[in-house]
Design a protein around this ligand. Structure first.
Ligand code: SF4
Length: 490
């Protein structure tokens, strides 16, 4: 007889059950929304996904709507290891059978073995990714060599944005809301109005898949109509085309509705059917089974204290306009205002505004990494603790002193100007570091380098940047200007 399976709200796909008819326990707890201010869109997605799964399972599931998790738990239960340290500690204290986690390309014990075999050599995503490709036989020729002769087509996938306002690809797949969404919206309105629950961001039509069926439709639509155009411009930003050719599949993936290997296999099939080019397909597969899995494993590999690393001693609080997603549209810096608007309106921005604009801004201004991690986690529809701790601490803020990435992702206005079409319409000038129209990213870049000279100047990958700084005749004036900029919106 199979155990009753307790499913968390990010374990909603069929692969979290041992057999299709297994009895299920689902718990919806309001408490989590009382403790922290999540994006309204995110609360909607998670509740909608959970309630859709409960409705789909019918009598097979017991669905508890309680104020806390512990209220709904009794009887013999098993659970797949949940996705955060806190939730793991919680289930380990209960009388629940905790199984290994599911839903990633590589099992946790396998990653641990892989990391150990490196014998102290730095972990490198590219090496991990190649092993994942081999393990699952993704995009390989019969002899085990990579299709096309190369493992990585990154150099084909770094185009600056095209000189047109939109990419001109087909629209993403959009879901249709149903009565469950209506009920979720009514409940959230009530919680806000009567029960003092607070959210950030704006409500609006649901944009992402929340059921297995919807997720499969979204995947199908992406690989047949948009994957082909994904690669070349995946690192670029177009002010008037928020979605470009991105898949929007991180939400159903992180809800556990899709397995990353099935997504990668479907993308490979599209390539083999002639629906998508090799560079785009490889770039997408690298995101889904490379980066995504790597971030998951790094989260566990570095331990629970990793989240508190703060090598650059960044201690600034998030100013209100940033924390609240620029609700009054005060930010004039086009790139930043656009990225914040995207998050405010949809709880989403693709990975480049996240890293090159929002993360870069937080890095330059010295925002506290714990607060930034929490902000990304709460404000993004696909943000989870395991996603955001490595992405923010390791990748965006370099708070781990380089354990994950070799150098900080700090960029001035010139780089943003190359990879986006924001600067033409901005009141600042990306080439200027001094004066009324000095670009805050350009000036902020030099101030960041100066502030962290002791920590970073010994890093050989930063030597050109420091040599460049040494040639600036107006550096003192730039630093003085940045000291007076304060925390007001740029
Ligand atoms: Fe952003 Fe600077 Fe360009 Fe304005 S000029 S859009 S602030 S990079």
């Amino acid at each position: 007889k199979v155990d009753r399976r307790w499913l968390f709200a990010d374990q909603l796909g069929p692969h979290f059950l041992d057999e299709p008819g297994q009895p299920v326990l689902l718990i919806e707890s309001q408490q989590v929304f009382r403790r922290r201010r999540f994006h309204r869109r995110k609360a909607h997605l998670v509740l909608s996904a959970l309630r859709h799964r409960a409705a789909e399972l019918g009598d097979q599931a017991e669905f508890r709507q309680t104020s806390s998790y512990t209220e709904g738990l009794e009887g013999k239960l098993s659970v797949c290891a949940p996705t955060t340290y806190a939730a793991r500690r919680f289930v380990e204290e209960l009388e629940v059978d905790v199984l290994p986690s599911r839903g990633y390309a590589i099992e946790e014990v396998k990653f641990a073995g892989w990391a150990e075999r490196r014998q102290g050599r730095k972990l490198v995503m590219e090496d991990f990714y190649r092993d994942v490709r081999k393990h699952h036989r993704l995009l390989l020729e019969g002899d085990g060599e990579p299709v096309g002769g190369r493992w990585n087509y990154d150099q084909d996938n770094r185009e600056p944005p095209p000189k047109k306002p939109t990419l001109g690809v087909g629209a993403p797949w959009w879901p249709e809301e149903d009565e469950i969404d209506e009920q979720v919206r009514a409940d959230l309105d009530r919680w806000e109005q009567d029960e003092g629950v607070q959210f950030v961001g704006e409500d609006g039509p649901r944009r992402f898949a929340v059921t297995r069926d919807e997720a499969l439709q979204a995947l199908e639509s992406f690989v047949t109509t948009r994957l082909h155009d994904f690669g070349p411009y995946e690192d670029a930003i177009l002010a008037d085309d928020r979605w470009m050719a991105h898949s929007l599949l991180s939400v159903p993936l992180n809800l556990g509705l899709l397995h990353p290997v099935e997504v990668a296999q479907r993308a490979e099939q599209a390539y083999r059917d002639g629906d998508a080019g090799l560079a785009s397909t490889e770039g997408f597969i690298r995101q889904v089974v490379g980066w995504r899995d790597y971030v998951w494993h790094v989260y566990w590999h570095f331990g629970d204290d990793y989240r508190r690393r703060n090598q650059l001693k960044a201690r600034r609080k998030l100013p209100q306009w940033f924390a609240e997603l620029d609700p009054d549209g005060e930010v004039e810096a086009k790139c930043l205002s656009n990225a914040l608007a995207s998050v405010r309106e949809d709880g989403w921005a693709h990975h480049i505004p996240r890293l090159m604009v929002l993360g870069n801004w937080a890095l330059q201004r010295g925002y506290d990494p714990v607060a930034v991690t929490d902000w990304f986690h709460r404000s993004f529809v696909d943000g989870y603790d395991w996603v955001m701790v490595p992405n923010v601490v390791g990748m965006a803020l370099h708070a781990d002193g380089g354990a994950m990435m070799t150098k900080p992702y700090a960029a001035g206005g010139a780089y943003i100007n190359r990879m986006s079409n924001h600067c033409g319409g901005c009141r600042y000038d990306p080439k200027k570091r001094l004066g009324e129209d000095a670009c805050p990213f350009t000036a902020g870049y030099w101030a960041f380098l100066d502030r962290n000279r002791e920590q970073l100047s010994g890093n050989h990958r930063m030597s050109r940047a420091y040599a460049g700084m040494g040639r600036l005749k107006d550096l003192e004036a730039v630093l003085e200007q940045e000291r007076h900029r304060g925390a007001s919106p740029p």
